[in-house]
Ligand binder design. Structure first.
Ligand code: FES
Ligand SMILES: [Fe+2]
Length: 408
């Protein structure tokens, strides 16, 4: 089934706030195409960590729907992003997820681009061909304390509000000086919104995440942690130790620092740090974790000994690429300061458990018997906030009369 713009607007107007979305929002190819247009080409997307590409010529490719973007470190050590599409006849240039290059060479007819994106070589083109007008198309890019954000729009929305709110909280973790210890891809056969909804609540954690719940405080983003005297005392102690611990929140993000349970000092199977060296300028491991989410692609945790960045990218109406990156102190040596299995174990099993849950969710909403059900505000407020944000963006986009092809 595919639905048109008028029907979508009617469904958005008719939706009951605090309830799940109609099934079409989770499985219809036309809604998926609209999501790519209204959400993924208009907002800043967290796509990776600057420490993944430390040297000039290091690159990663980012799949966003049918679009691929190259993010690279240029000759001057700046970070640039380009559409991974040749300016000759449009062939995709880079196939690999990551690698190192001196120049970008299109495999089709060998047009060759510098790391600045400038076209350096285009064989057999006429004398009056303007190479200067055929460099790779740049994609706006920003970095925020070691995280890379791109925006596919020509006129990106404001980024500074988010950056200004997050910078003090992120500062002590110094993710810009970290190193990438591991990057693990997982394909979830579910719509990206189901993956995001699942990540915004811990209603399911007690019964589904045995390993995570050894250390993880089941008090999710939208609960008011300040109501707890223990958490207020934790924040005061962190602040005294120079680790900012206020809540930061905006329409498309939220950050809070929360302690672990059972005296744990890290999210590992035994609660002890996975890495012998602290990450950043933090004073010790007893700082809990800074949890932050930024719609539509990422949620993260920065701990005393490591940071985990989870990125969710839509690759089909019912398929989402979930990539989990582990950042550690750049001086930490694998095998000496940390064991990779120990570092990644809790998150790897948790992600597999979540994959099963969101795929179960997808299967159920694909049924003709599905009707949207109510969220539990006490434990699913984060889901409600995300779904409201999504519906607002989609409604505005549809009313904006853009060239969106809502009907497939
Ligand atoms: S399409 Fe890239 S060189 Fe022809
Ligand atoms: Fe989960």
């Amino acid at each position: 089934m595919t639905i048109d713009k008028a029907e979508l607007l009617r469904m958005l107007r008719a939706r009951r706030r605090g309830y799940g979305l109609p099934g079409a929002f989770y499985n219809d190819p036309a809604v998926y195409a609209l999501d790519l247009d209204a959400i993924f080409t208009r907002h800043w997307l967290c796509v990776g960590a600057a420490c993944e590409i430390p040297l000039p010529g290091d690159y990663v490719t980012i799949p966003i729907g049918t679009t691929s973007v190259i993010v690279l470190r240029d000759q001057d050590s700046g970070i640039r992003a380009f559409f991974n599409t040749c300016r000759h006849r449009g062939a995709r240039i880079c196939d690999a997820d990551r690698g190192h290059i001196r120049t970008l060479v299109c495999p089709y007819h060998r047009w060759t681009y510098k790391l600045s994106g400038a076209l350096a070589y285009a064989p057999y083109m006429p004398d009056d061909f303007d190479r200067g007008a055929h460099g790779l198309r740049q994609v706006p890019v920003r970095t925020l304390c070691g995280a890379i954000y791109i925006c596919l729009a020509d006129d990106p929305p404001d980024f500074d509000r988010y950056a200004d709110a997050m910078a003090p909280l992120l500062a002590p973790h110094r993710l810009q000086d970290a190193k990438l210890a591991a990057s693990i891809d997982l394909i979830e056969n579910a719509n990206w919104k189901l993956a995001m909804e699942n990540s915004r609540e811990c209603y399911h954690c007690a019964t589904q995440h045995r390993e995570l719940m050894r250390t993880f405080l089941d008090l999710y983003d939208m609960a008011d942690p300040g109501q707890s005297a223990d958490i207020r005392a934790f924040w005061e102690r962190c602040e005294r130790d120079g680790v900012p611990s206020h809540i930061a929140e905006g329409p498309d993000f939220r950050a809070s620092r929360l302690p672990f349970t059972h005296g744990a000092r890290s999210i590992t199977m035994d609660g002890e740090p996975a890495v012998a060296r602290l990450l950043g300028d933090v004073p010790h491991n007893d700082i809990g974790s800074l949890r932050w989410v930024h719609y539509p692609t990422t949620f993260n945790h920065a701990l005393g000994d490591y940071a985990v960045m989870v990125r969710m990218l839509p690759i089909g109406p019912q398929q989402t690429l979930v990539t989990t990156k582990f950042l550690v102190n750049s001086e930490a040596e694998e095998g000496k300061d940390y064991d990779l299995d120990r570092l990644t174990h809790v998150w790897t099993v948790t992600n597999e458990q979540d994959k099963a849950l969101v795929e179960r969710n997808q299967a159920g909403v694909n049924s003709i018997g599905y009707v949207p059900g109510p969220y539990a505000p006490a434990v699913e407020a984060g889901v409600i906030k995300f779904v409201d944000w999504y519906c607002d963006k989609l409604t505005r986009h549809l009313h904006g009369g853009s060239a969106t092809q809502a009907a497939a």
